[in-house]
Design a protein around this ligand. Structure first.
Ligand code: SF4
Length: 402
């Protein structure tokens, strides 16, 4: 596993940790994430395995400084708080977690109350990501969520009252036949809650899910891409008018009327996700978690029983890996960085990562895409133009090797 690069060898390089909790109270019919309902008897063993994996990784990578931790899933908040405490303690013992680290925990409104939120806050969790998805009860029922609109609003207020001052709200749009007025109503109610951050995801139909089957059976129409694009534009306008700055294709952070330099991200942007978009290193722990350092990507077994067995037996955990050659790495850095609407790809960061100028590697692509009005160059950064947000995939493809 030696890529010639050591985590933490560049003191300015932040490292992020992702911790996957593959449990949910109930499986939503559209979801193909690695998550399972009804496995409460595995909570203890899984927590112990995570601690073991984290401890081993810390020793292996020389206890580097960690800038962000993201506990995702699944639904991390179905785990008893003591278990989350043990997992975070393992991170703090074996890594050097920066005093100002951003520590995010995803939470499902149906699994939390003010007491639990308070305990999460006491663990040092500084950022909460609430999977509200919609504030329309009929839409929430369609999505199979365990909460209703009133429960979601109450969960948000409870998180605030417990002291969370950095909260993200996840919303889903583009449901079959979704009424634009219902979407605007959800957005307005969410804006009124004043979350620091809002993420919008288009509903995608994943093969093998109950929703895919229902659509194949004709019980629901296939989501309409044009409707989804219209709802995205409506949201963009509404959020912009309310002081949210879009900094990534699907993400907005509150910044009010305060001026922001043209290529700067709003300070409330998710620091953990910035690590992915800037092509910086991260280590993932738990079933199916992925890790990446320059030159190499690897992943854990997705199946819970296989993951638990490998940790318990001390076997190599890695299920697969991919060596990333320089050409692919540079293309991936462009593809991910161009998702950042404001910052794009910094020419200086590109140079520091690869020791080559952006124009030397991608001069032709950059020239053509500029002429087509799809990208622009601002203050030493290359980024999508505003209308190109909707055709980002066509732009990204130009940078990947054939
Ligand atoms: S709560 Fe989230 S992770 Fe769990 S099943 Fe629903 S969408 Fe998937």
């Amino acid at each position: 596993m030696d890529s010639g690069w050591k985590i933490g060898s560049e003191p300015t390089e932040p490292v992020g940790l992702y911790i996957h909790i593959p449990f949910c109270q109930r499986k939503c019919p559209y979801c193909d994430f690695n998550s399972y309902a009804g496995l409460e008897e595995s909570f203890h063993a899984y927590t112990a395995a995570l601690r073991e994996e984290i401890t081993r990784a810390g020793a292996m990578w020389g206890h580097p400084t960690v800038a962000t931790i993201y506990i995702g899933g699944g639904t991390p908040t179905v785990l008893p708080v003591e278990f989350l405490a043990e997992i975070l303690m393992a991170c703090r013992t074996t890594f050097s977690v920066a005093p100002n680290a951003e520590i995010t925990c995803e939470a499902n409104p149906g699994t939390v109350d003010q007491r639990r939120f308070k305990r999460l806050r006491e663990l040092g969790i500084s950022r909460l990501s609430l999977g509200i998805q919609s504030l329309n009860d009929a839409e929430l029922r369609f999505l199979g969520r365990i909460h209703d609109a009133a429960g979601a609003m109450a969960a948000f207020e409870a998180a605030r009252a417990a002291g969370f001052d950095n909260i993200n709200v996840d919303l889903i749009y583009g449901l079959p036949g979704q009424d634009p007025n219902s979407w605007l109503h959800t957005l307005d109610q969410v804006i009124a809650l004043k979350p620091e951050h809002i993420s919008l995801y288009a509903l995608t139909i994943e093969e093998g899910t109950p929703l895919a089957r229902w659509i194949a059976e004709g019980r629901f129409p296939y989501p309409d891409d044009d409707l989804a694009a219209d709802l995205y534009e409506l949201a963009s306008e509404r959020l912009g008018a309310a002081g949210y700055r879009q900094y990534e294709i699907s993400n907005w952070a509150w910044h009010g009327d305060v001026p922001l330099p043209p290529v700067a991200n709003p300070p409330l942007a998710c620091r953990h996700n910035l690590i992915y978009w800037r092509y910086q290193p991260y280590l993932g722990f738990g079933a199916g978690a992925h890790s990446m350092i320059p030159g190499r990507r690897w992943w854990n077994p997705r199946r819970l029983d296989v993951y638990l067995e490998r940790v318990a037996s001390g076997q190599l955990l890695e299920e697969g890996h991919e060596e990333i050659d320089e050409r692919l790495g540079m293309g991936e850095m462009m593809m991910l960085g161009l998702r950042l609407i404001r910052e794009g790809v910094s020419e200086e960061r590109f140079w520091r990562r690869w020791g080559r100028a952006l124009d030397e590697v991608f001069g032709e692509e950059l020239r053509e895409l500029c002429e087509m009005g799809l990208i622009e160059r601002v203050d030493g950064h290359v980024r999508l133009t505003y209308p190109a947000r909707l055709v980002g995939n066509q732009v990204f493809a130009r940078f990947l090797p054939n």
